[in-house]
Design a protein around this ligand. Sequence first.
Ligand SMILES: C[S@@+](CC[C@H](N)C(=O)[O-])C[C@H]1O[C@@H](n2cnc3c(N)ncnc32)[C@H](O)[C@@H]1O
Length: 243
Amino acid sequence: MNDFAIIAAYYDELYVKPEQYKIEAAKAMALIETYKLSGGNELLDLACGTGGHITYWHDHYCVTGLDISPEMLSYAIRKFPDVKFHRGDMVDFTINQKFDALVCLYGSIGFIRTLENLKKTLITFAAHMNPGGVLCLTPWSTQEEFKPKIVVDAVKHPNVRIARMENVKLKAPGLIVVDFHHLIGRDGVVTYNTQSIEIGLFSRQQYIDAIAGAKLELMEYYQGSDIPMGVFVARKSLQAKRS
Ligand SMILES: C[S@@+](CC[C@H](N)C(=O)[O-])C[C@H]1O[C@@H](n2cnc3c(N)ncnc32)[C@H](O)[C@@H]1O
């Protein structure tokens, strides 16, 4: 079972805040358009989940989505029947297509867990970029910024109410564990979901080295308020071979 198999059923209600997603999607688009030198318009949303950002890119790009979780993808497919979705692992997927923009937001990169996987993932990303194409990559948190915390929150929608506590702590050097405790009230029944998910915690330099190791050029490390987790923006050289 993948980490999001159960969470998928209430992911949108709990995590997708439309105002925030709209701002993030617009900022990612602005960064792409600032640096993109390839002529095309193909965008790949990596670890797209239920497609929360796709709503805002759909009219501007030809969007493709990739995620490891069939449950998360099933919600994305229902929302965007005209978008191509692939089930795959970002570490080593193969799609027989190159893209002008790659985006990996909301810290999804952390789910690949190890530094070895981070290096492989960046090489996989680069292999799917056209020369002059741009990658926007949001770290889950960097080692420099990480602070353990207990998150507490509740949301109320017409058909579902959710209360959550999440205990975010360091498990080992370079590895976080998040203990999720979610109470989900729907159709007169309250269910409890608890699970622990491990997330890789990499330093700023490790991200920068993985980007360089994939022969991508770091253009900017955006740290403004539009995307609070930050964004590494990298470009594939125009001289890079199309292979
Ligand atoms: C926090 S969610 C973010 C989803 C979406 N990008 C968003 O902003 O709402 C993380 C997503 O990463 C996906 N994921 C985790 N590990 C993955 C992997 N190795 N390859 C592809 N997707 C992965 C999960 O299935 C989940 O949909």
